[in-house]
Write a protein that binds this ligand. Structure first.
Ligand SMILES: *[C@@H]1O[C@H](CO)[C@@H](O)[C@H](O)[C@H]1NC(C)=O
Ligand SMILES: *[C@@H]1O[C@H](CO)[C@@H](O)[C@H](O)[C@H]1NC(C)=O
Ligand SMILES: *[C@@H]1O[C@H](CO)[C@@H](O)[C@H](O)[C@H]1NC(C)=O
Length: 236
């Protein structure tokens, strides 16, 4: 394509795109509403858009599909944060808005598999600090703690993992052979899965467990299994 047509194509798609996206985003429609005269030349730059290009693309896809799209644990952190950031609480003629849709999906968190919950938590962690103010991170952490403490009579394989989540199945298989022998190592089934947590998030998970009187020996074992702590420990 010659550069002129490429330019025309970009200008046209942006004009159309802007309309579609703005009809779903309170934040954009406010901006465009203010600048009717010079809208053609308006440049919108969101340096602090949570999740950057990836999340912007997911959000646009939601708008293009008229709000009919699947929201699942792999993309809910990005979509929910984008929806919060862009104030996507507008309902376009009969379709649902993204904030409402992601909110509904979040309510189904209790039915998610363990590995889906881990995936969403990890994505939230990557988006920090933004999700901390929206409540999604708290929901993830509550759910993680709930499942760990509920497995008081720990099984080698968390009952919440479904057979279709290959990641969970794999780690369960290796766990069951290694750790069926004693109940202590069975109570630690979640250690390895939470190694990705940053120091801040470890605090968010561990503090409530301590106050809920979760077995302190297991908690301190977990803390000593963390990579940062090991380094600290060996340097002392
Ligand atoms: C979220 O992920 C699912 C499955 O990967 C996909 O089908 C869906 O289109 C995604 N949602 C959006 C808004 O892109
Ligand atoms: C959407 O959110 C904005 C900002 O939080 C608020 O001012 C507005 O009233 C909300 N609109 C609807 C339709 O809920
Ligand atoms: C989230 O914010 C709270 C205070 O509002 C803070 O205590 C906590 O450490 C923060 N979590 C992360 C992971 O930044």
């Amino acid at each position: 394509m010659s550069s002129f047509f490429w330019w025309l194509f970009k200008a046209l798609t942006w004009t159309v795109m802007k309309k579609i996206i703005a009809s779903y985003c309170g934040r954009l429609s406010k901006l465009f509403g203010k600048s009717t005269g010079s809208a053609r030349n308006l440049k919108v730059i969101f340096n602090d858009f949570p999740g950057g290009a990836e999340s912007f693309e997911l959000m646009s896809r939601f708008c293009y599909s008229n709000g009919r799209t699947v929201i699942n644990p792999s993309n809910i952190s990005l979509l929910y944060s984008a929806a919060q950031f862009m104030e996507m609480n507008i309902s376009v003629s009969g379709t649902h808005n993204l904030l409402e849709e992601t909110g509904k999906s979040l309510e189904e968190m209790k039915y998610w598999t363990w590995s889906e919950l881990l995936m969403t938590t990890k994505k939230c962690q990557d988006l920090l600090p933004f999700p901390n103010s929206t409540g999604i991170l708290e929901k993830c952490v509550d759910s993680l703690i709930g499942r760990i403490t509920a497995s008081g009579e720990p099984s080698p394989c968390p009952s919440t993992s479904s057979p279709d989540s290959s990641g969970a199945r794999l780690s369960c298989d290796t766990r069951s052979t290694e750790s069926l022998k004693n109940s202590f190592s069975r109570a630690t089934w979640w250690f390895e899965d939470l190694l990705f947590l940053s120091t801040n998030l470890v605090g968010m998970v561990i503090e409530p467990m301590v106050s809920k009187k979760f077995d302190h020996v297991i908690i301190s074992r977990f803390l000593f299994s963390l990579p940062e702590i090991k380094v600290l420990y060996w340097h002392v």
